[in-house]
Design a protein around this ligand. Structure first.
Ligand code: SAM
Ligand code: DTB
Ligand code: SF4
Length: 317
């Protein structure tokens, strides 16, 4: 791997005194972005539950007994109705997610029509559907897809404790297929799954050393879903200031990327979120639902942005 950053170099950034770290991240943030604007994305689960994968955090895995009701692939009309609502509520990007191991070619025409329809509404389009072949990635590029989301989730070393059905290298191969097709890459991970600080550093190292850094980096805080191994094991939630260290380091390593404070905001204080914005977050998921889990109510997000003097970004690129 042609390394842009070493793990030691990342560790030095990550472990510096907290205020120096946040100051450095805020300085980098201001050099590349309008630090008083936050981009809003909205998620929709277009195919829910009964997933053959065994990701230990996930409400939608068929391996665990959770409260999620399975649903087959939505039709384009229903997806477009939701996308219109998201746009009216201030989102500029619409992200469609499916609980699949991989995309089946038989579903491609419906998926392409969703992309075309959402794009025609003037929204940026993102899909997250599992493993993607290079042919499928090219078809999505032709259809007008802007971003494909596929997360590394955690370090290569810890990954096997969380997921056994999809190898880490298969994730890297999908990311390469997406990149080769000319799509933008959305790739991040989850914190608070019982990983160590060196796992967090190793995840940042993988992300920042991808041949081209991801244009969009979602950082999720584990939402514990009853019935999943991670929730049932009762892993310690990540300590808030440690969470901010990850955000700040990500901003320094990937200065131009959209850095999204993703799942887990509902249980974060306004003050923690404010610190995350200071440390370089410039995007959130807005809307009262993520894929299956709840997200803060619109009113709370509007009040938070108002209190901080932040505005919703009207165009995101
Ligand atoms: N099935 C597709 C896949 O795995 O790529 C797309 C959807 S999947 C739900 C997208 C990402 O959401 C996961 O990779 C993970 O990072 C995040 N995620 C899922 N469940 C979560 C949870 N309970 N808490 C935090 N993040 C979660
Ligand atoms: C990402 O990193 N987080 C989003 C999006 N990419 C697809 C998904 C969060 C899912 C949270 C749990 C749920 O809603 O089931
Ligand atoms: Fe399936 Fe994605 Fe959930 Fe893993 S994270 S179980 S692949 S829906």
């Amino acid at each position: 791997m042609n390394q842009r950053y070493t793990k030691e170099g990342i560790e030095a950034i990550y472990t510096q005194p907290f205020l120096n770290l946040v100051f450095q991240a805020a300085t980098v943030h201001r050099a590349h972005h309008d630090a008083n604007q936050v981009q809003w994305s909205t998620l929709l689960s277009i195919k829910t539950g009964a997933c053959p994968e065994d990701c230990g955090y996930c409400a939608q895995s068929a391996h665990f007994k959770t409260k999620v009701k399975k649903e087959k692939l939505l039709d384009t009309e229903k997806v477009l109705a939701e996308a219109k609502i998201a746009k009216a509520n201030g989102s500029t990007r619409f992200c469609m997610g499916a609980a699949w191991r991989k995309v089946s070619d038989a579903d491609m025409p419906e998926l392409e029509s969703m992309v075309q329809g959402v794009k025609a509404l003037g929204l940026e389009t993102c899909m997250t559907l599992g493993t993607l072949s290079s042919e499928q990635a090219s078809r999505f590029q032709q259809a007008g897809l802007d971003y494909y989301n596929h997360n590394l989730d955690t370090s290569r070393e810890y990954y096997g404790d969380i997921i056994s059905t999809r190898p880490f290298d298969e994730r890297l191969a999908t990311l390469q297929n997406v990149r080769n097709a000319g799509l933008k890459v959305c790739c991040g991970g989850i914190l608070g799954m019982g990983e160590t600080r060196s796992d967090r550093i190793a995840l940042l190292w993988e992300l920042a050393n991808l041949p081209t850094p991801p244009e969009s980096v979602p950082i999720n805080s584990l939402v514990p879903i009853p019935g999943t191994p991670l929730a049932d094991k009762g892993v310690e939630p990540i300590e808030p200031l440690e969470f901010v260290r990850v955000i700040a380091t990500a901003r320094i390593l990937m200065p131009k990327s959209w850095l999204r404070l993703s799942a887990g905001r509902e249980t974060m204080s306004d003050e923690l979120q404010a610190l995350c914005f200071m440390a370089g977050v410039n995007s959130i998921f807005a809307g009262e639902k993520l894929l299956t889990a709840t997200n803060p109510e619109f009113q709370r997000d509007h009040q938070l942005l108002d209190r901080l003097g932040l505005s919703i970004a009207s165009v995101s690129n």
